[in-house]
Design a protein around this ligand. Structure first.
Ligand SMILES: Nc1ncnc2c1ncn2[C@@H]1O[C@H](COP(=O)(O)OP(=O)(O)O)[C@@H](O)[C@H]1O
Ligand SMILES: [Mg+2]
Length: 586
């Protein structure tokens, strides 16, 4: 983990090295000042020697200014180094996330990724800045101060060495306890973030189902849990100060008591005693800072691990060596395919699927929710790899293709599709950045999107709001289909992509496909019989298995499940909209 993170310091290495060095110089100045003060008092004030007072006064002023200068420089260097470090971390994470397969994203969850890229990196940035400054400063100041104390008077110094040992023991016990609580704090943060994400993203569903109270309560629990942990941690931390004060004042009293005796006996000067007081404070302050570092390190260790996990994650789907970079045709073959989302869980989403689809065929896929329809098509563009068996496209195993080639040629309109903020045209060109306006128009005509786009205030230049909130569900689906068509794919997969369009539009889109892109293999997942019955053949899915693969007419004769679906839908008028149910599932 340390190695992964350290690599991201990158071009900020020099700032990271210079910060402690400059901080060291600052500390040297700080530590020497009380020593000069002692001389000023003893040789100047006590001796009544004004030129000495001026001389030492000027030296002190000079040192103070230098210390200030070094302090400012160190502060700036530290923030430069730490913000740079954070930027590098975020970039490295982002770059790796772009390589993630669907499986990797499932593993970390979207909200988990967001927390890691924001909160966790900020933690690391803060910790890094503090560590650069304090890690050197505190021990250095402590050691210097202790040395200076012994230089002044060894016997008196023994007083607070004893105090120091006692104090360290107490403070570190407290801190260890606190560290444990902080680890829990981060877990709780994840929960809070997940709750925020789910509800802000799904706010429409929450409102539609009048679940606000329930969700408020759920969020309240997460927020309250966080509050309790913080209170616990902070109450423990709060013990630090009184303990510190007790020891500090104890030291000062002891020092005054013994010190007075020594001064009277002439063993220590007044000036030296004064500087001893300053050093005692300085040592105890340093100890305080050291405990802070300890807290910081424990807090950031958790974050560091979470960040390093993302940077180090090896995507489980990678480009093969000697990849095939051309797809001959749109034929698809499934041979004994079984597939589980979690490798080795035995929880198969697909079992023993065998299909042979010719190039240019239009295939309907129908089956109940959770029967494995989406899983089947996600294997074609290798969003996931099979657990057993092979999937081939264009005569070759999908694992032999260059991923880009494969995904350019297999266009998938996902069940949960997304539009991005930008104009209609921007969104269409996601499919193909070089597409001309004419090509975009043609694709939209095919997808029956041209008519409503033309009616929009700025036509193809109309802005789509973030998440596509200013277009209806059916319009969004048609835009997504057009976007996929612009890739000129060999295989086009529509995963329930016309569910929000009326039956007539749906039929028109299919007719256009048949006439305009006859060579493209079309896989059409649908809930409505009307959407698939004109397909060349229809796959009937049930509990992850193919239980029928034939034409509408033949299935009607031979397939019990298919017959049941048909009967059910004609009872309800043959057309029911699942969009409501689908969103709940999503
Ligand atoms: N990303 C995923 N991680 C784990 N399990 C999943 C995931 N997606 C789907 N599943 C499970 O796989 C099975 C098949 O799902 P899916 O192919 O989406 O069905 P359909 O598209 O027919 O509704 C279901 O039991 C579902 O819960
Ligand atoms: Mg599905």
């Amino acid at each position: 983990m340390i190695k992964t993170l350290a690599k991201q310091i990158g071009q900020y290495k020099w700032a990271s090295i210079l910060t402690p060095v400059v901080t060291g110089l600052e500390v040297v100045m700080e530590v020497l000042i009380p020593y000069v003060t002692a001389m000023l008092i003893d040789r100047g004030i006590t001796a009544g020697d004004m030129p000495s007072v001026y001389r030492y006064g000027l030296i002190m002023l000079g040192m103070a200014l230098l210390s200030l200068g070094f302090g400012i420089a160190a502060g700036q260097l530290a923030s430069y180094a730490s913000s740079g470090f954070a930027a590098n971390l975020r970039n490295a994470m982002y770059r790796n996330i772009q390589r993630f397969s669907f499986g990797d994203i499932d593993k970390f969850s979207t909200s988990g990724l967001v927390t890691r890229m924001t909160t966790d990196v900020t933690n690391l940035q803060n910790a890094y800045q503090q560590i650069l400054r304090i890690t050197v400063r505190a021990p250095l100041r402590m050691v210097f101060s202790v040395v200076m104390c012994f230089v002044i008077d060894a016997k008196l110094s023994l007083i607070f060495i004893v105090a120091l040992v006692v104090l360290s023991a107490v403070v570190f016990t407290i801190i260890r306890k606190v560290a444990g609580v902080f680890t829990q704090v981060f877990k709780q943060y994840d929960e809070l973030n997940a709750s925020v994400r789910e509800n802000v993203v799904g706010i429409r569903v929450v409102k539609a189902f009048v679940r606000e109270d329930f969700e408020k309560e759920k969020f309240g629990r997460a927020a309250y849990g966080l509050y309790r942990l913080y209170v616990k941690a902070e109450s423990l931390m709060a013990l630090n100060h009184p303990v510190m004060n007790l020891v500090t004042y104890g030291c000062i009293i002891a020092l005054s008591w013994w010190g007075a005796h020594y001064v009277v006996a002439g063993e220590v000067t007044t000036g030296e005693l004064t500087s001893l007081f300053t050093y005692v404070m300085s040592i105890l302050m340093s100890l305080m800072m050291l405990t802070m570092i300890f807290v910081m390190l424990t807090m950031s260790a958790a974050s560091g691990k979470r960040v390093a996990e993302i940077i180090d994650e090896e995507p489980d789907i990678v480009n093969p060596e000697r990849a095939i970079s051309e797809l001959a045709d749109g034929s698809i073959r499934f041979e004994g395919v079984s597939f589980a989302y979690k490798e080795g869980s035995g929880d198969y989403a697909l079992s023993d699927v065998t299909l042979d689809i010719h190039s240019g065929e239009t295939i309907g896929i129908i089956g109940g929710t959770g029967s494995g329809k989406s899983s089947v098509v996600s294997l074609v563009s290798r969003l996931y790899d099979t657990s057993r068996g092979t999937v081939s496209v264009g005569g070759h195993d999908v694992r032999d293709y260059d991923l880009t080639t494969l995904r350019e040629n297999v266009a998938v309109v996902l069940q949960k599709n997304t539009l991005f903020s930008g104009t209609v045209l921007d969104n269409l060109r996601w499919g193909n950045p070089e597409a001309t306006l004419e090509e975009c128009r043609a694709a939209c005509k095919l997808a029956c999107a041209d008519e409503f786009i033309s009616e929009m205030p700025d036509g193809y230049e109309t802005r789509i709001e973030q998440g596509g909130t200013n277009v209806s569900g059916g319009q969004k689906q048609r835009l997504c289909i057009a976007r996929a068509l612009l890739k000129k794919p060999r295989v086009l997969v529509l995963d329930d992509s016309t569910s929000a369009c009326d039956t007539a539009t749906d039929a028109r889109i299919q007719r256009a496909f048949r006439e305009e892109i006859p060579d493209t293999t079309k896989l059409i997942i649908a809930q409505r019989i009307s959407s698939v019955k004109n397909c060349d053949r229809i796959v009937v899915m049930d509990s992850g298995r193919v239980c029928g693969f034939d034409t509408h007419e033949n299935l009607l004769k031979s397939n019990a499940i298919y017959k049941e679906i048909v009967a059910l839908q004609s009872d309800e008028g043959g057309d029911f909209d699942h969009s409501g149910r689908k969103e709940v599932k999503a």
